[in-house]
Design a protein around this ligand. Structure first.
Ligand SMILES: [Cu+2]
Length: 360
């Protein structure tokens, strides 16, 4: 059985040999050059985008710094190991290469000091990594201070719900936090596995249905930090993003005050028409807009959607054009998402867009 398989492989290899041996034509050579250039070009493009990049290398909290420092230690240890090992290899290849006239070299078997050396050296390195990692794990898992702000973050296919039980706020896809205060985030899921990840604030942690996962974040600088679901959760997983807005205590208090209130009543006839369309368009079945008949819980709370920077879980900036695009064709904008609505007329779209923008 084993033998048979081997002979097949050898036959295959023989067949492909003439093809592999062919000289590369100018065309394939050019292609290879393009392919080689593509990698740095892509890296540049990736590096160029994003004002506050979604990267673990720019930590803004103690927890994120601890993780970055560990990463850098392991990285440099790896670089040194690589250079030493590859250097030794290259040295041996060149220094001891076969020269013309050389006979068969002296045959040796094993070298006890060398073997002990290259077993102990990596073992020491691993021990050092463990000694650095264990305290980092404990410090990252520290309990929140008793006055910590409590947040429930709930993963839905494919958006994030945020509840602040102590201050009576419910919102989605944009988590506001005050700077300089412990926040205890309780991670939950409404359906499947998700993962909460804001690289500049701390490492990821899974949102597991029926399981009580939580961690503490203490934001140190104000700003807007991008986050992303980091556990494959279905069709629109890659488009399940969110933002964390870290602001001063005063800004946070004002924001929370606005969020607690019922919706701002429509300020124009067009917007009033928009509110009436909530029933015709079926929005009431899935969305809550406090102060109206809309009390659905399948989609994000829209009571203050007009004040959010993005829509569709961080996918689009919240502009009238994008809101219109979203309401005209939610499946086209975010394939697979669970918002299904009847086709709306131009008048209904105008009215709904005006209404949504007014829900500050
Ligand atoms: Cu996901």
């Amino acid at each position: 059985m084993h033998k048979a398989r081997q002979s097949v492989t050898r036959a295959d290899r023989d067949e492909t040999r003439p093809i592999q041996g062919r000289r590369s034509t100018p065309l394939t050579r050019n292609r290879r050059i393009y392919a080689a250039l593509l990698v740095p070009a892509l890296a540049l493009a990736v590096a160029a985008c994003g004002v506050t990049p979604q990267t673990t290398l720019e930590p803004t909290t103690e927890a994120a710094r601890t993780a970055r420092d560990l990463l850098m230690f392991v990285f440099w240890a790896m670089v040194v190991t690589f250079v030493l090992v590859e250097g030794a290899l290259l040295y041996c290849l060149i220094r001891f290469r076969r020269r013309s006239g050389d006979g068969i070299p002296a045959q040796t078997h094993g070298n006890t000091p060398l073997e002990i050396g290259w077993t102990i050296a990596p073992a020491i390195l691993v021990v050092v990594i463990v000694v650095l990692t264990v305290p980092a794990i404990f410090s990252n898992a520290r309990a929140a201070s008793p006055d910590a702000l409590q947040v429930r973050a709930i993963g839905h296919q494919w958006w994030f719900e945020f509840q602040y039980p102590d201050i009576g706020v419910v919102t989605a896809n944009e988590l506001h936090l005050p700077v300089g205060r412990d926040v205890e985030i309780q991670l939950e899921s409404n359906d499947v596995l998700h993962s909460f990840w804001v690289p500049s604030l701390r490492g990821k942690l899974d949102m597991v249905p029926g399981r009580d996962n939580k961690f503490t974040i203490k934001p140190e600088v104000t700003g807007t930090f991008p986050g992303q679901c980091a556990e494959f959760c279905g069709t629109a997983h890659a488009l399940m993003k969110f933002y964390v807005v870290v602001e001063t205590q005063a800004e946070f208090t004002a924001w929370a005050e606005t969020q607690r209130a019922e919706r701002v009543p429509p300020a124009s006839d067009l917007a009033r028409q928009g509110e009436e369309t909530l029933t015709l368009g079926g929005c009431v079945a899935c969305h809550t807009i406090r102060g109206t008949d809309s009390a659905g819980i399948l989609g994000p709370d829209l009571t203050h959607i007009g004040g959010r920077q993005h829509i569709a879980a961080g996918l689009l900036e919240n502009t009238p054009e994008n809101m219109r695009a979203w309401l005209s064709d939610p499946q086209g904008v975010k394939p697979g998402n669970t918002m299904v609505i009847p086709e709306l007329t131009t008048e209904q779209l105008d009215a709904l867009v005006a209404y949504m923008q007014g829900l500050k």
